[in-house]
Design a protein around this ligand. Structure first.
Ligand code: 2P0
Length: 338
């Protein structure tokens, strides 16, 4: 048997990301290939940190993986998802050693924004390095995508585009950086409008949408033009153009999901009120634009100088519980390796 020399443990961190052109629908569920491209902004101070160690005695020596979340054993569903992901890494590295995985989220307490994007991006980097692999950014993005489609984007910082790709094996369904986190000083103000888990998870919701929404084909055919316009707006640092695409993409995604059977409605009254506040800000001359993910919170894109005004307007919107102001952040990176 060949002796494998591995790092003792590797810790990696990644920020979550918010899509400005949304991902909603898959072309292959097994490989987790998106049916269309998407485009996002990776955020600072809202992410995940994961430590991974592969060793014969990892996890107590019974040969099974040990998965901790916030210092306690992870719930079995999450642990099983992590284990399946680790199997991909083990297959690639050519060994079957068990792993210890410890994940913490740097999400402000009870923000209601728990995200698989940062988690699987950090895990892809930490686990591949801990397994002795040195993957390129594109390879890491492809690996992260197997954990969660949006995680492929969090490998990169700042503005990021994810390709749907055309290959059956998914090697071209990867993200790439468009503009790093320091290149454009924007903010994302997040209006928290509810506590607790969302009504229906993204994976199940997008599958139901693809199967039952009469608008699904229309949604998919609208994405390429939105990507072209968003890319051009980012290159030109044109916030109003980017914001217009972001609002349109979010509303089309939600319209498509609402038309599923049974319907999928993520909004609450405060979601709609916050959208109105953003429109009122614009009427008053502040350049601010909303987007909404698979949940009731409203995320508002604006310039850094306008963030205090946007934050104040959202904070007094009926039903908004609190507001987070987030800056662009870096992609997945190594925090510690020994
Ligand atoms: C996005 N969302 O583009 C869209 C908009 C939510 C709403 O990516 O099934 O958790 O793991 O690939 O990545 C959430 O989808 O789904 C998502 P899977 P994921 O950000």
């Amino acid at each position: 048997m060949t002796e494998i020399s591995l790092p003792k443990s590797v810790t990696a961190a990644a920020g979550t990301n918010i899509a400005l052109v949304k991902y909603w629908g898959k072309r292959d569920a097994a490989l987790n290939l998106p049916a269309a491209g998407s485009l996002s902004l990776t955020l600072a101070n809202l992410g995940s940190e994961t430590t991974v160690r592969f060793a014969p005695d990892a996890g107590g020596g019974d040969g099974r993986d040990c998965v901790l979340f916030a210092g306690a054993p992870a719930d079995p569903k999450f642990a099983a998802r992590v284990q399946r992901f680790l199997d991909l890494v083990r297959t690639r590295a050519g060994f079957r050693l068990p792993a210890e995985v410890a994940t913490t989220n740097t999400v402000p307490t009870a923000a209601g924004l728990a995200s698989s994007a940062a988690g699987f991006a950090a895990l892809a980097l930490a686990a591949s390095r801990a397994a002795g692999l040195r993957l390129s950014a594109a390879e890491l993005s492809e690996l992260a995508r197997r954990g969660s489609g949006s995680a492929a984007r969090s490998i990169f910082g700042g503005f990021v585009e994810m390709s749907a790709g055309t290959r059956a094996d998914g090697a071209d369904a990867v993200a790439r950086g468009l503009l790093d986190e320091k290149a454009w000083d924007v903010r994302l103000c997040v209006a928290i409008t509810a506590e607790g888990p969302k009504a229906i998870g993204s994976t199940a919701a997008m599958e139901r949408t693809a199967l039952t929404s009469p608008y699904y084909q229309g949604w998919l055919s609208s994405v390429p033009a939105d990507l072209d316009q968003a890319r051009a707006a980012i290159a030109a640092r044109d916030l109003a153009a980017l914001g217009a695409v972001a609002e349109r993409s979010a509303l089309r995604m939600h319209a498509c999901a609402m038309a599923a059977n049974p319907h999928i409605l993520y909004w609450n009254p405060a979601t709609v009120a916050a959208m109105s506040s953003v429109k009122a800000l614009r009427t008053g001359g502040t350049s601010a634009f909303f987007t909404i993910d698979a949940g009731p919170h409203v995320k508002v894109l604006c310039g850094a100088a306008d963030a205090p005004r946007v934050e104040a307007a959202l904070a007094v919107t009926p039903g908004v519980m609190r507001v987070l102001v987030l800056a662009p952040g870096q992609g997945a990176h190594i925090v510690n390796e020994n």
